[in-house]
Design a protein around this ligand. Structure first.
Ligand SMILES: Nc1nc2c(c(=O)[nH]1)N[C@H]1C(S)=C(S)[C@@H](COP(=O)(O)OP(=O)(O)OC[C@H]3O[C@@H](n4cnc5c(N)ncnc54)[C@H](O)[C@@H]3O)O[C@H]1N2
Ligand code: MOO
Length: 392
């Protein structure tokens, strides 16, 4: 059995960043931009008025009067120059006319015909946004997964299409004679395939394109057929059939189909019978069948693999800290990821693991907001001790 850290390093070693493709900006939400994007122009591209009012030149003082010589609006430049004693009617977003040094807001002005007189309380701001104040031509948006505000920034930079990493193709394969799909009529000795729907959703949330393949029955021939259907995937995720039972055939069949196994079994609970390797050019992750084991391993290994394929610099799940809300016993030889509940605390939140940690119990997973990480071989811990957890 290898450690979780070693297994993490090995599964990431199976993954390479995929090639980029160009997509229209309107389709780039959530995609990973692997290289910096450079602004095509300054923003604002001119000194711009931040308010509706009057653009004037030089110092201002209460009671000063100006003659209005023209108008500037957003999208409509005033072509002339503002001299002493002159003003240009201006609106928010308009280019500030040459010569003007401030915009007096209209609330501070009395207007009569083409004359304005300043009131007795003037705000100190120039109300001018300097050219390039937001960004300059050539400024970069660094590589990242694109969030809505990033798209707005790219648009302002005049970038109409963006190079993003191709979406990893992920094939998810449920295995087992006992499984039916949700909505079907299970026999009395069957259960409904569940964890694959969580895995699909998790992979899609990261930006993968996921194919949920048909259930592979517990025969070598059936597994061979369904593994064959995964052809073309960048990542093949099997679920179940990973353990030591007579019907656990995934390792055997994948081996015969060319799996170069990287490891089998890790010091982790749940998730001990995890398997990974390289299968005909794809990365392969063999998850245990127990619903919680599969989903926890999905968070720890599948998601970081997808992020690595997407070229994300920091693929590992974020680890946070909390204080134990109650004492916990020692852990065994495997790092234990315990379903747990967070509670508000001073400084750090409190965390309490659920009493039952049976890896078949999905309901407790849905009630959890964290996985408390108990390192392998850790001793008993007292309430108040600071511990690591994975937010869910
Ligand atoms: N003698 C031993 N038995 C087991 C060991 C062991 O070390 N020695 N390890 C146990 C651990 S830990 C786990 S985890 C499981 C993993 O077994 P498999 O990966 O072979 O999974 P299956 O046997 O196929 O299924 C386990 C369990 O999960 C249910 N299942 C399977 N697929 C799904 C699915 N897609 N959706 C919902 N539920 C699923 C299946 O019906 C079983 O109940 O092995 C232990 N045994
Ligand atoms: O590892 Mo099994 O995944 O403990 O239930």
């Amino acid at each position: 059995m290898i450690s979780v850290e070693e297994a993490t390093a090995r599964v990431l070693g199976l993954c390479r960043p995929l090639e980029p493709e160009r997509v229209p900006l309107a389709q780039a939400a959530g995609r990973v931009m692997p290289a910096p994007a450079l602004a095509g122009r300054d923003q604002p591209p001119f000194d711009a008025s931040a308010m509706d009012g009057y653009a004037v030149a030089g110092d201002v003082a209460p009671g000063m009067a100006f003659r209005v010589i023209g108008m500037a609006a957003a999208g409509h430049v005033f072509a002339g120059r503002v001299g002493p004693g002159e003003a240009v009617r201006i609106f928010t977003g308009a280019p500030v006319p040459d010569g003007a040094t401030r915009v007096v807001i209209q609330e501070d002005v009395t207007a009569e015909g083409d004359r304005i007189t300043l009131g007795d309380r003037l705000d100190a701001s120039t109300n001018i946004r300097a050219r390039g104040q937001d960004f300059r031509a050539g400024d970069a948006l660094p590589p990242r997964r694109l969030r809505p505000a990033d798209l707005a920034l790219l648009a302002a930079m005049n970038i109409g299409s963006v190079a993003v990493t191709r979406r990893p193709a992920v094939a998810v394969i449920p295995t087992g004679d006992e499984l039916v799909m949700p909505g079907e009529a299970p026999r009395a000795d069957q259960i409904v395939a569940s964890n694959v729907f969580a895995l699909k959703a998790m992979a899609e949330a990261e930006g993968a394109e996921v194919r949920l393949l048909p259930i592979a029955r517990d025969t070598e021939a059936d597994l061979r057929v369904v593994l064959g259907l995964a052809e073309g995937a960048d990542l093949v995720v099997t679920v179940g059939g990973a353990s030591v039972g007579d019907h656990d055939l995934v390792g055997k069949v994948a081996g015969e189909m060319g799996l170069e196994r990287s490891f089998y079994k890790i010091a982790m609970r749940p998730g001990k019978p995890l398997m990974a390797g390289r299968l005909n050019g794809a990365a392969m992750l063999g998850l245990p069948g127990n619903p919680v084991s599969a989903i926890v391993c999905g968070h720890l290994f599948m998601v970081p693999m997808i992020r690595t394929m997407l070229g994300q610099a920091d693929p590992l799940p974020r680890i946070a800290r909390a204080r134990l809300a109650e004492a916990v016993g020692p852990t065994g030889p495997r790092t234990h990821y315990m379903r747990a509940k967070l509670s508000p605390g001073e400084g750090l939140p409190g965390i309490a693991p659920f009493v039952s940690q049976d890896s078949a119990l999905l309901r407790i997973l849905t009630e959890s907001d964290a996985l408390l990480i108990r390192p392998a071989g850790d001793g008993p811990r007292a309430a108040g001790d600071v511990v690591d957890y994975l937010p869910l």
